[in-house]
Design a protein around this ligand. Sequence first.
Ligand code: GLA
Length: 537
Amino acid sequence: MAAEQPIPVYTNLSDLYGSLGTSLNHAEKWNSIAEEFQQRFGRKPAYIARAPGRVNLIGEHIDYCLFGVLPAAIERDILIAIGRRPNPNAEDAPGSVVAENVQTKYTRQVFAPAPRRRASVSEEEVRLEEWHLDINTKQLRWESYVKAGYYGVLINYFAGGQNPASVDLLVTGTVPAGSGLSSSAAMVVASTLAFLAVNEKLEANFTGNGPKISKGQLVEMAVANEKRVGVNSGGMDQAASVISVPSSALYISFFPELSASAVPLPTGAIFIIANSLVVSDKAVTAKHNYNLRVVETLAAARILARHLELKVGKTEKVTLREVVGRLAGEVEEVGAMPVEWLLETLKRMEREIECLKPKKSSGEGQFGVTMEEMIEMSGMTAEEFKEVYLSWVEVEATQFQLYKRAKHVFSEASRVLQFRQICLAAESSPSPSDVIKDLGKLMNESQTSCDELFQCSCPELNELTNIAKDAGAIGSRLTGAGWGGCTVSLVAEGDVDAFIKKVSATYGPYKGLQDTALSEVIFATKPSSGACVYKFE
Ligand code: GLA
């Protein structure tokens, strides 16, 4: 299985370029970061770690409910060149880092982890953390993502008084920040990999010996690392950045455990990414947007489980996927239920969610409940509810839209399964254009659901997806967390140039953009391979 494979480490650049499976010329970028490192730090780097961004084709905001999603890695990526400092000054703290970024707006940062012993309650199990790194979660800071990757390496590999190496590193990247293409996950994955490599931990597993770290292990580490920046994201972005394979999308499921399989994409159509140019940083807006949605879906799951009389542990944060499994009598140890069975149960759930509406609804479309109503519906005391659902995350809302969120999640989960089934059956389909039409329809339905039910779209994303459809896209939707960032459109191969021309001429913020500037904001993408490391010899 893809998640069990080791992280590829290359010592030959042509093998590495060949593995990326993209049409871009990567050589220039890799050479230039190596040269730039040499210029800035006076020696060659020891490693370059690469992690790509991703585009999500379908399945938005359902990964943290443990439903499967369908992203693909994109050609744009983050590279981190790293090397040990040969003669650390005596006053250098162990593991100190000089971090520079090729983009001049991101200034040089110097930091070091502080050794300390304290009980951590942020992990599932309470355990001793021996290191601490200050990460500012209130402000968007580029080095926070570098620190987040480092943090995981420190606490997983530097127990018992060992010291990490003092290093210099240089970051460069082509994934635009805050654009929904997962620049943050790419940064955290690349940083985790760079610190593992430079500390010679890449070949060892979590116990410090044994086989190489697997892709699945790296995903788990990167997910935990990214939480340190303040967002309780699911595992989609990290899994796509680590496990993706060229020319295919990746079906990632999280239940009963992380697994991933390649999904061939139908021929004759291309996915085009277009940036709305509304920057949405999910770390900064988390308490009103992203983290609030995580809490709303968890509360909805608890209330549904109560309504369906399913067993839930007193302090368990049961997810919507687990509720579906328990209702269907799925046995976790045996594995996930077959797709047809899951689709059936999802249909039933779309009826059961009526119980999430408030007792007295204040008008059509107003299905929100207050905090007090939500707690009462959960059957928990206020103290219990706050402890389980609100003590680990900061959220701010007067109304919680449990019904709408659950309706989106269940319908989106079934759209993902249908999308995947259509792709898998496409090869034997007598009519390729019908296949593409069916996929486009699911993408359009997903956009409507994201906008109306999950409320994670915004006027610019709605405008851009409408323009895309008018310009000939068969389907168009937002991709990633939303509230800004990019759209993804499915366009027939022969129509790509005309499509890009029409969208560029119509979407206001693109007016006046030409050549490179335009190709930065609207571009076709080919699924690329996942993260890897180049080792200088
Ligand atoms: C962000 C998160 C992902 C996922 C998407 C929405 O990208 O990092 O885990 O939840 O939003 O689908």
